[in-house]
Ligand binder design. Structure first.
Ligand code: ADP
Ligand code: MG
Length: 249
């Protein structure tokens, strides 16, 4: 892999749902090892942008290159898609664990099915990542027996088991009780410190400020303003961003 090429490069990316234009020709780059926090009002296109990055949504216009794979074309070869999905992990607000599988099986299923690993090999890696997120003792329990914070840490560990190069987080702490937010943010902070490329849609301004290298403010499908957390969160330039930030408090 060439470390001088960005992890994600997007140029004039457009995404429509029928007549609704959601992403209106947005351009930018995400560098390797960078942690980018994406903020913006509900409905501005944050989730859609993330979903385009791992091709849960196909774009309608522009160019999008993720981990050196051009995913702009409307029809992507299945192998290319599989390659992309294993390189780009995604963590959702609602965890999306498999309820009928215990934690260990949640972590080994895709390793075996997608990466073709043995049961033993996949279980070893699962144990390693469960330890990393502080949940070694939960390998044999089912998701319903876990707190929201624990579920989200399992979801992160499950993603990491695929050995992704890029991690996308879509409001990973929004469904959690306030007292459980910290344990998830700490795991993400550790991941960032380990050098993972991360794009995090979040309302946690403290996390954005302390962990992100860059904050990107989306407004109606465009990047309205971006910069260091200090620039964006402390000295916003645009009125829209100022209004957005003032409403958070
Ligand atoms: P955000 O994550 O910033 O709240 P989204 O990216 O989820 O916003 O949505 C942006 C806009 O696109 C919203 O108006 C939403 O209703 C619309 N939208 C998102 N997904 C779909 C879809 N699958 N079909 C139709 N409209 C959608
Ligand atoms: Mg969203």
């Amino acid at each position: 892999m060439n470390s001088t090429t960005p992890a994600i490069a997007f140029e004039g990316v457009e995404k429509n749902f029928g007549s609704l234009k959601v992403l209106k020709g947005i351009s930018g780059e995400i560098y390797r090892g960078e942690v980018v926090a994406v903020i913006g009002s509900s409905g501005c296109g944050k989730s859609t942008l993330l979903r385009c990055f791992n091709r849960l949504e196909a774009i309608n216009g522009g160019r999008l290159v993720v981990n050196d794979i051009d995913i702009s074309r409307p029809n992507l070869n299945r192998n290319v898609l599989r390659q992309l999905r294993s390189q780009v992990g995604m963590v959702f607000q609602q965890f999306n664990l498999f309820p009928h599988l215990n934690v260990l099986d949640n972590l080994t299923l895709a390793q075996q099915k997608v990466l073709g690993k043995s049961k033993k090999e996949s279980a070893q890696l699962a144990a390693q990542y469960l330890e990393k997120v502080g949940l070694s003792e939960k390998a044999n329990v089912y998701p319903e027996q876990l707190s929201g914070g624990q579920k989200q840490r399992v979801a992160i560990a499950r993603s990491l088991c695929m050995n992704p190069q890029i991690m996308l987080f879509d409001e990973p702490t929004s469904a959690l009780d306030p007292e459980l937010v910290g344990e998830v943010l700490r795991v993400m902070q550790q991941l960032a410190a380990d050098g993972m490329t991360m794009i995090v849609v979040t309302h946690e301004m403290l996390f954005a400020r302390e962990v992100a290298n860059r904050v990107m403010f989306l407004h109606q499908g465009q990047i309205e303003e971006q910069g260091s957390p200090r620039e964006v969160l402390v000295s916003p330039r645009s009125d829209r961003l100022r209004t957005f930030l003032s409403r958070l408090n």
